[in-house]
Design a protein around this ligand. Sequence first.
Ligand code: GLU
Length: 418
Amino acid sequence: MCIFALQFTTAIIKTTNIMEILSNRILNMAESETLAMTAKARELKAQGKDVISLSIGEPDFNTPEAVKEAAKRAIDDNFTHYPPVPGYPDLREAVCTKFRRDNGLEFKPEQIVVSTGAKQSIYQLVQCLVNPGDEVIIPTPFWVSYKEIVRVAEGKCVYVKTSIENDFKVTAEQLEAAITPRTKLIMFSSPSNPTGMLYSRDELRAIADVVMRHENLFVMADEIYEHINFVGKHESIAQFADVKERVITVNGVAKGFAMTGWRIGFIAAPTAIAKACNKLQGQVTSATCSIAQKATVQAMLMDPATSQDIINMRETFRQRRDMVYQLLREIPGLKVRLPQGAFYFFPDVSAYYGKSFNDKIIENSTDMAFYLLNEANVATVMGSAFGDDDCIRLSYATSEELLREALRRIKEALANLK
Ligand code: GLU
């Protein structure tokens, strides 16, 4: 009986157009290309291909020992029940301590909401702020998921194009020109994913001045790469007292503490916005994993100025960055900027567009990423995913040996394009 019922259901699903089953919301949403390229690389590796993945932005280090010990203690101490929706009180206190120590920012625990990764933090924020038709300014290139997160909320993405010549940074004048009475939010990351560029204090001040000229305009400052900064002090736009009530700072432990799998992100926001995100989270995940939260308390105690774990990771990234920069500069035709933070290069490869290999013409960044994957066995991410089709993204969060080999293959593959 059951088997017949199952066969019947399967038959209905097979014969019904899938477009009629799924919501428009999900049908209209693009897949995350960073994750898709990574999955593709994994698939090819599983088939026995010697693929080097420079696609995902994930530190190749292990989580610091002290953090792992804290997680083990949390299990032994039976932190295995539902935590409070926005996070354990000691974690929210520890996050406030982090903002005071690292950024000179004062927040109260009720302004902090801890979520399952910075991606969920951003998703919830946009759901809480953006009404259908509201405009969200996203300087390009941007991190892949901003666009789809805004689109799911039925917001309108307003892209402001930056250029490699301007270090991929948006100017105050460009922002001012893009603002309309419907503009609700500006979203950007610094250090930037995908470009690795940082906004200086003066540049952030100029952006804050623009924001202050418009009512009900908010800023989402994504600072997840804060600790991977090679040029000096991290600057937060929330440091300016006048604009602080309009800024939602997003951060987490994935990148700076090599804790991608623990899935912990957080916001520091005006209280009303934090409360709204808390309400939404209560209906979505209830809270974030109790063990990961306790591990994060330990991570928050680590002072990035003195923690050997954080310093070693940053230094290793800096050495790799310098090495990859030299190797990229040896490849004819590429335009490359030296990143100041994060662990990505975003070279302009458009000089190769119009060239071909085995009669297949490389017309755009998707063709280029697939050409490099199929012919050079190197996984990258197409720049179009980040809103800039002239470029591709390379993550250098992998060993020097693999990076050298990947860059050798890329150079050879590009030389084969005629
Ligand atoms: N944020 C990382 C990246 O850009 C991780 C993957 C993702 O969530 O997009 O590669």
